[in-house]
Design a protein around this ligand. Structure first.
Ligand code: PAF
Length: 280
């Protein structure tokens, strides 16, 4: 069966209503396109969880600041649709901007908890309001039972999980481990911005996080280990926004030594900002 492409909410609803009528479970993978192996892994997980799988492709202007890369964000609709079809996705939803944000649109969701951890929210203050707004709309539009997100955007995963729960959106959020290149670099649509030299340097993020995690596992102090990781990235030419150890469930600064920890980093190499995180 070939994949359905819905470009309006009413087209999407026609299909979703049909599936509901047949009591089929559904899962959605929200994306901004420029799909890579990481996204395809999310589709595979969605297929494990539900009988019908949807992917959304929408480059959400509300999560980009004026100085960010909205206009140069990679777009490849034809390639993306082919990849989704190959992956066995049942429906691709590509709403236009007016469908998501009609001219009269004024509502945003006020977030707390993991959205105020002082990580991405500190360096991209508009980001999570934009993400939460579009994700809430996409959950409502698709009425999916499950939504699959990558752990690569770990703070985003915790923010949308909390929001979906708090607002009873009826969609259960599931996180999937980060898919990496052979040399450890987390797969990301933004990796294609890297020059050959930067691409080589970029592997240092995962490597220094792993070194810090090893030190912590061996009994080292998380703050000392992450400071050393940050310094070593700076030495390699990165502009570091943060390298930090946080509680893996709340993203709060840890206060006890028996908390589950997550190491998170964001750093710029050249013009490209990369993020990554690992469990300890
Ligand atoms: O992670 C992304 O690609 C985006 O932030 C998302 C979740 C699709 C919302 O626009």
């Amino acid at each position: 069966m070939s994949m359905i492409v819905a470009r309006s909410l009413s087209d999407l609803r026609d299909v979703v209503d049909l599936w509901r009528g047949e009591s089929l479970s559904t899962a959605v993978v929200p994306t901004m396109g420029a799909l890579h192996e990481g996204h395809i892994r999310l589709i595979a997980e969605a297929k494990e969880k539900a009988e019908r799988v949807m992917a959304t492709i929408f480059v959400n202007p509300k999560q980009f600041a004026a100085n960010e890369d909205l206009s140069r964000y990679p777009r490849d609709e034809e390639g993306d649709l082919a990849k989704l079809e190959d992956a066995g996705c049942d429906l691709a939803y590509l709403p236009n901007a007016d469908e998501i944000y009609p001219p009269s649109f004024v509502t945003t969701i006020t977030l707390g908890g993991p959205a105020k951890a002082g990580l991405e929210d500190k360096f991209r203050p508009q980001f999570f309001d934009g993400v939460a707004t579009v994700v809430a709309k996409l959950f409502i539009h698709t009425a999916a039972d499950f939504a699959i997100f990558g752990e690569k955007d770990y703070q985003q995963l915790l923010v949308v999980t909390q929001m979906a729960r708090d607002l009873d959106l009826g969609t259960e959020v599931i996180g999937i481990p980060t898919v990496r290149e052979d040399d450890g670099l987390a797969k990301s649509s933004r990796n294609r911005y890297l020059s050959k030299h930067e691409r080589h340097q970029a592997t240092a993020i995962y490597r220094t996080l792993e070194q810090a995690a090893d030190k912590i596992r061996a009994g080292g102090d998380p703050q000392v280990a992450t400071k050393a990781a940050s310094r070593s990235l700076m030495t390699l030419g990165f502009e570091v926004d943060y390298v930090t150890a946080r509680n893996a469930e709340t993203l709060a600064v840890p206060t006890r030594n028996d908390e589950p920890l997550r190491l998170l980093a964001a750093a710029r190499i050249g013009k490209t900002r990369l993020i990554d995180n690992i469990p300890v």
